[in-house]
Design a protein around this ligand. Structure first.
Ligand code: UDX
Length: 454
């Protein structure tokens, strides 16, 4: 397996490894970039980990952050950066270099590769190793990416202007998406976007199958569109975090004490706030968020990652914040998110709508306050708000008064109570998909058969 070296990609890849390993019969080798490598102390037992490329801190252009980041550019550079070193490592593997005696007979059946690593996939193709692609995002997102060239041909992309009315235009071919949802970020160069999405679709088309971390009852029609559009086997195996237990892949240490604090809170009362592993805010947004939380008078659990505030090495809370919240809130550098979302005290999730966070929230029946920043996050938000109706967007500039109103709506309104109910209905459907005869469990078995057949 070869994941993209970001939390939101490593996690589902290792969960997939766990799901395959648990069904039996496969040996797992995880190739990983030497930077952002899974912590040796937290690696699941039973797999081999092989570092690719140079150790040490990656250059800034490999690790994007914030809404103005060139995320597609970074993904293209990462794929290029890993390509040659991977050729060397894979050649060694195929020649049996570095194997101990017991492993000598094992030849790689196939490479499961993140769909963003087209360069890595091409190396495997050249060396005769079949590939299966893992899409870590939702099905709707892949449908949108497949439609990207047609939107360019129609002259809709890149947008002729940054005019709000134009960006808000609904796309007939991709309801409920708007033109603005197709832009990774307002500053992403169109050429990078085009190449990056082309690589994803090329990777899928050249593979022996595509694995999707979603479930049938959530994205049935988009899954069908992918199947029709690609014409290769699809394995819809999600939600992976519910299929694969015990694979701890967090790159950062999770503060478990927040679970004890949650135990002391009332059911459905706490707002959980987290922007995932890459999204960020500036100092002013941080200040407005802090006072919005404080003024809402609701309990909150807020993840402030060490690098969450742009251009600030030391994140500090505003003066008077602690007194104003008076034990009503807890701030942690990184949380055990899945357990947090599954805690009975959580009433809502302020999220950036990374796909993993979105799926984890759905699987615990938690409604969302959506604040997407880049990549697939706007697409995910549109589905949360317009299709599943289990959350709403916090639009425009972050401002404390607006935040306070949104938090109260999420935790206390009748509308949000209905959203929570719909989210719980989706959670129940997810549970059905991962039962023994469920669609996702069956897809894992089919995938395993396919791998064994190579
Ligand atoms: C990135 C992209 O931003 C996202 O849009 C894409 O869908 C996947 O890759 P990221 O931004 O990190 O991912 O978001 P997300 O997909 O939500 O993944 C974050 C992961 O970190 C989740 O599995 C979440 O459970 C975990 N997490 C987050 C923690 O374990 N603790 C935390 O405190 C916060």
């Amino acid at each position: 397996m070869f994941p993209v070296p970001f939390q939101g990609h490593i996690t589902p890849m290792l969960q997939l490894a766990g799901a395959l390993h648990a069904r039996g019969g496969v040996e797992i080798t995880v190739f990983h970039a030497a930077f952002n490598a899974p912590d040796p102390a937290r690696r699941p037992p039973g797999y081999r980990f092989v570092a690719v490329g140079e150790e040490g801190s990656p250059s800034d252009d490999l690790v994007p952050s914030g809404s103005d980041a060139d995320f597609p550019g970074a993904l293209l550079r990462i794929s290029d950066h890993l390509r040659e070193p991977f050729r060397e490592r894979l050649r060694e593997e195929l020649a049996g270099v570095g194997d101990d005696e017991e492993e000598e007979e094992a030849t790689p059946a196939c490479l499961v590769v993140d769909s963003n690593l087209r360069g890595v996939q091409m190396v495997a193709e050249e060396l005769g190793v079949p590939t299966i692609v893992l899409r870590t995002g939702g099905a709707a997102c892949l449908v949108a990416y497949m439609a990207f060239p047609a939107l360019c041909d129609k002259g809709l992309l890149p947008p002729a202007s940054q005019d709000k009315a134009q960006l808000d235009m609904l796309l007939d071919e991709l309801p409920p998406l708007r033109l603005r949802d197709m832009l990774f970020s307002p500053t992403t160069p169109h050429a990078n976007m085009t190449r990056c999405l082309q690589n994803i679709v090329d990777a899928a088309r050249s593979s022996s199958g595509v694995i999707l971390n979603t479930f049938q009852d959530l994205e049935n029609s988009d899954i069908q569109k992918i199947s029709d559009g690609l014409g290769i086997p699809l394995y819809t195996v999600g939600p992976l975090h519910k299929i694969s237990s015990g694979t701890e892949s967090s790159l950062l240490e999770q503060d478990q004490t927040c679970l004890n604090w949650l135990d002391t809170q009332e059911a459905d009362s706490v707002l959980y706030v987290s922007l995932g592993s890459l999204a960020s805010m500036d100092e002013k947004e941080m200040l407005e968020t802090a006072w919005g939380l404080a003024n809402s008078q609701r309990p909150f659990l807020w993840v402030i990652r060490h690098n969450m505030v742009k251009s600030s090495h030391q994140v500090s809370l505003p003066e008077g914040f602690e007194e104003a919240t008076n034990g009503r809130g807890m701030v942690v550098p990184w949380a055990p998110q899945k357990e947090v979302l599954g805690h009975r005290a959580i009433g809502g999730f302020w999220t950036h709508n990374g796909w993993n966070s979105t799926l984890e929230s759905i699987c615990e029946g938690v409604p969302m306050l959506c604040r997407p920043q880049f990549a697939d996050q706007m697409i995910n938000m549109r589905y949360v708000q317009e299709v599943w109706n289990i959350g709403f967007e916090l639009e425009g500039e972050l401002e404390r008064g607006k935040i306070e109103v949104a938090i109260t709506k999420l935790l206390c309104s009748e509308e949000a109570r209905q959203m929570r109910q719909r989210a719980k209905d989706l959670r129940d459907k997810a549970v059905k998909c991962i039962e023994e005869e469920g669609s996702s469990k069956s897809a894992v078995d089919l995938l395993l058969k396919r791998i064994m057949s190579f």
